[in-house]
Write a protein that binds this ligand. Structure first.
Ligand code: UD1
Length: 420
């Protein structure tokens, strides 16, 4: 297994090109199941989660030609509708194939994803909405078995909670359904917006894109002609590198970013004393001389993203004063706290709230990555810790960060990937 060795790297400088968004790519790849043609997707990040989903599609019979940052997917050869446990257990987002397979083939089996490090993460809202659209769903021997005896029919769906992959799944199902589906309390994340945009460009009428009420006019099983497109930039990867600039007090420039998607993140970094130069697709961070403490509550987009909580928690250990970070979306998303404490951070956890007493001197040691974003928090801490930090189980990082160590090395970080 690989691990990362990081030495204190206090002055980074240069430019980092941001990759395509993992969380946008996943539903967009699943969406190719709705296409009559081969679909080319460009600006794909080179990360394990993308390969996992392409492997799943290949197992179903699709032909996926992957090159470094693009893929051509031909789903006309799909001859299997069962997403088996061996793949689904490695990536919960595999559930994204449920809506499109059901819409195209009338039946689908997907293994239940099972437990997850950051909390329970149920999929009840996905299933309830598909049932409302006419699907018959049984849970049997660890599998969701879904079929549509009379096809999927548009209806009014109200999500009890905002769910990102739930919205994506139902939008894809609704795209081929009969009639109009209205989703109230839909996710407004940029990744959902891009899915809707591409579907709209492929002939599906969708009203309310980017709002909490989506109205999707289904094609009544007519497959879509989807033209090639570029995946939007990864706002979480960008946010992570902005935190790297802030924690190491370094001027860094990010290119291939969409600043509009980073509003809440940039605003919190400004409150901490950092300043920015922002153009259409680049952001330069000018770091604070003294980092100010912060109050953060994670919420759905456009509020502060839960996927940036761990990185800001690491940053707060270097702020002068007390920061309060409240996690509202996932009940167990503080696994990085105990690892940061082992590095010397002064953090108190009380339910969903972490109180961080800064500024503390962090000292490098052996730490363990527990989930994708928790891992990047440990990298940030390692950059400012004295001595060396060894981060184990970095397969979590590889799921979602494209070329993390080379991007960091290029701006002067002392970071190495080694074998255990
Ligand atoms: C997506 C992102 C993930 C991000 C999260 C929240 C992908 C591949 N992953 O995850 O990186 O952290 O959004 O922004 O895009 N819920 C239910 N029932 C359901 C579905 C969700 O109760 O059927 C709850 C969840 O437990 C959670 C909340 O709703 O508390 C939000 O979850 P959701 O938006 O669905 O997260 P994901 O789509 O899995």
């Amino acid at each position: 297994m690989d691990y990362l060795k990081i030495h204190s790297s206090k002055s980074l400088s240069g430019t980092i090109a941001i990759s395509g968004a993992k969380n946008a790519s996943l539903p967009l790849i699943a969406m190719t199941i709705l296409a009559e043609n081969s679909v080319k997707i460009k600006n794909l990040p080179n990360v394990v989660d993308i390969k996992t989903l392409l492997k799943l599609l290949s197992k179903l019979g699709a032909n996926c030609q992957f090159s470094t940052n693009s893929v051509v997917v031909d789903t006309s050869t799909i001859n299997e509708t069962k997403a088996t446990y061996d793949i689904v257990k490695t990536m919960r987002a595999s559930i994204l194939v449920l809506g499109p397979i059901l819409a195209r083939f009338g039946h689908c089996e997907v293994s239940l994803p099972g437990g997850c490090a950051i909390g329970q993460r149920p999929i009840d809202l996905h299933l309830k909405a598909l049932e409302q659209m006419g699907a018959k769903i049984n849970i049997k021997a660890g599998y969701i078995e879904a079929s549509t005896p009379n096809g999927l029919v548009g209806c009014d769906i109200i999500f009890d909670k905002v769910t990102v992959t739930g919205t994506a799944n139902i939008v894809m199902a609704a795209a081929l359904a009969k009639g109009i589906t209205t989703i109230t309390n839909a996710a407004r994340e940029p990744e959902v917006v891009q899915l809707c945009d591409v579907l709209a460009q492929s002939g599906v009428v969708i009203n309310g894109i980017g709002t909490a009420i989506l109205e999707i006019h289904g094609t009544n099983t007519k497959l879509l002609n989807i033209k090639e497109f570029d995946v939007i930039p990864d706002r979480i990867e960008a946010g992570t590198y902005l935190c790297a600039g802030a924690i190491t007090k370094s001027e860094l420039t990010l290119t291939n970013v969409e600043p509009k998607h980073l509003g809440a993140v940039i605003s919190k970094l400004e409150e901490m004393g950092n300043t920015f130069k922002i153009t259409k697709d680049a952001i330069t961070i000018y770091p604070a001389k003294k980092i100010k403490p912060i109050k953060i509550t994670t919420q759905e987009y456009p509020a502060f993203p839960t996927d940036m909580q761990a990185q800001f928690l690491a940053l707060a250990t270097q702020a002068d004063g007390v920061s309060i970070i409240e996690e509202k979306l996932f009940e167990n998303r503080f696994m990085h706290v105990s690892e940061l404490q082992r590095m010397g951070a002064d953090i108190t956890l009380n339910g969903h709230t972490a109180t961080v007493n800064g500024k503390t001197k962090l000292s490098g040691t052996d730490v363990m990555a527990t989930d994708l974003r928790a891992s990047s928090a440990l990298v940030l801490a390692g950059l400012v810790a004295t001595k060396e930090t060894n981060i184990h189980r970095i397969y979590h990082l590889d799921r979602g960060y494209d070329s993390l160590e080379s991007k960091f090395k290029n701006v002067g970080a002392k970071i190495q990937r080694l074998k255990e």
